[in-house]
Design a protein around this ligand. Structure first.
Ligand code: FES
Length: 67
């Protein structure tokens, strides 16, 4: 799904950015140009990033518990 239409950024790209260390909207702007033009994607991008970070945290906890 496209999150940022102006820069053709998808939710998948945001999840990948989160896996690569992106934690804030500013990180997404720097890495993917999200919110750089009209800014309408800000809310959706923030939600998508929060969800991705949450999933990554849960996955890391699972890995830590397995070790
Ligand atoms: S939709 Fe992202 S800057 Fe316009």
């Amino acid at each position: 799904m496209y999150v940022c239409v102006c820069h053709a950024v998808t939710d998948r790209q945001i999840r990948e950015a989160a896996a690569g260390g992106a934690r804030t909207l500013k990180d997404l702007r720097r890495d993917l140009n999200v919110t750089r033009d009209c800014g309408r994607c800000a809310s959706c991008a923030r939600d998508c990033l929060a969800e991705a970070c949450s999933r990554n945290a849960s996955a890391n906890e699972t890995l830590c518990q397995a070790a």
